[in-house]
Design a protein around this ligand. Structure first.
Ligand code: PEP
Ligand code: MN
Length: 290
């Protein structure tokens, strides 16, 4: 039987005096992620085809996203599930980036992909299953491209923060943290969204901390509510899955927002941000997207 232990917060962990002190602004292509604004990274779980990616990308851009997401090599629990388009996606990714003016955030699952991805994307995503892949983190530390470091499925905040040091000690401190839900005893949702961790991480690192409400709850109808709660609580942004036809998505269709859901969410996010004296991050078309 599991013992339930009531613990005091870890008082020995170094805390910075306030959230606003020395917070880092991370430049990602032609936009920035920081605590001053709220950054929205949106797109499909997986890039499935040129038509699907372009349609989603144009729609999320029109609704106010400042970066695109889209998996190329997927980390699926089952090896029989769709593994991503792989290098075929590079035939049309530059065109989608050019047409939208938005940079791409995509997951790097193997250090050998780094050199290849470098000329196509604006930010490397390290997935939850790779947070402890220190060989990968060290290789990303040798690049200057920003890294979105997702929290491991069962990682302590302390382990998540220590993982950033594998990247920064190589010379790359362009890091953004992402809370994407953790595994707990609860099975009624895909994972358990840990908003506590967002608030604590923001006092313990200078890096921006964003959320992934899609993977955290895994249920489409609830994704917007988590996103709004996180924006109200001061998260620095979100990465959210959007699909033009979620019923037929090749991965994570259950949690994907439709294009219309996303546009509605963005209207409400703007109201929350206005009430908390912030606004959406924007792109600077004069800057390089990569
Ligand atoms: C994803 O972003 O599609 C993904 C697989 O996320 P995570 O690594 O958080 O599971
Ligand atoms: Mn996904």
């Amino acid at each position: 039987m599991n013992m339930v232990v009531n613990r005091e917060p870890d008082a020995s962990a170094p805390a910075r005096s306030s959230v606003s002190d020395n917070m880092k602004t991370v430049r990602v292509g032609n936009t920035t992620i920081s605590s001053k604004n709220f950054s929205v990274i949106a797109g499909p779980c997986s890039i499935e085809s040129e038509a699907q990616f372009l349609k989603t990308a144009l729609a999320v851009k029109a609704a106010g996203a400042s970066l695109l997401r889209g998996g190329i090599w997927k980390m699926r629990t089952s090896s029989k599930s769709f593994q991503g388009l792989g290098s075929e996606a590079f035939n049309f990714i530059p065109e989608v980036i050019r047409k939208t003016g938005l940079g791409l955030v995509t997951e790097v699952t193997d250090p050998r992909q780094i050199e290849f991805l470098d000329g196509f994307i604006s930010m490397y995503q390290v997935g939850a299953r790779n947070m402890y892949n220190y060989a990968l983190l060290k290789e990303l530390g040798k690049t200057q491209k920003p890294v979105l470091l997702k929290r491991g499925l069962s990682a302590l905040v302390d382990e998540w923060i220590k993982a950033t040091e594998y990247i920064s000690s190589g010379g790359n401190d362009n890091i953004v943290l992402c809370e994407r839900g953790i595994r707990t005893f609860e099975t009624s949702t895909r994972f358990t969204f840990d908003l506590n961790a967002v608030l604590v991480a923001k006092t313990r690192t200078p890096y921006p901390v964003i959320v992934d409400p899609s993977h955290a709850i895994g249920i489409r109808e609830h994704v917007p509510k988590l996103a709004l709660a996180a924006a109200a609580a001061g998260a620095d942004g979100m990465i959210v899955e959007v699909h033009p036809d979620p019923q037929n998505a090749l991965s994570d269709g259950m949690q994907a927002l439709t294009i219309e859901d996303f546009a509605n969410l963005m209207i409400r996010i703007r109201k929350i941000l206005e009430a908390t004296d912030r606004s959406l991050s924007v792109t600077e078309p004069t800057l390089s997207i990569l």
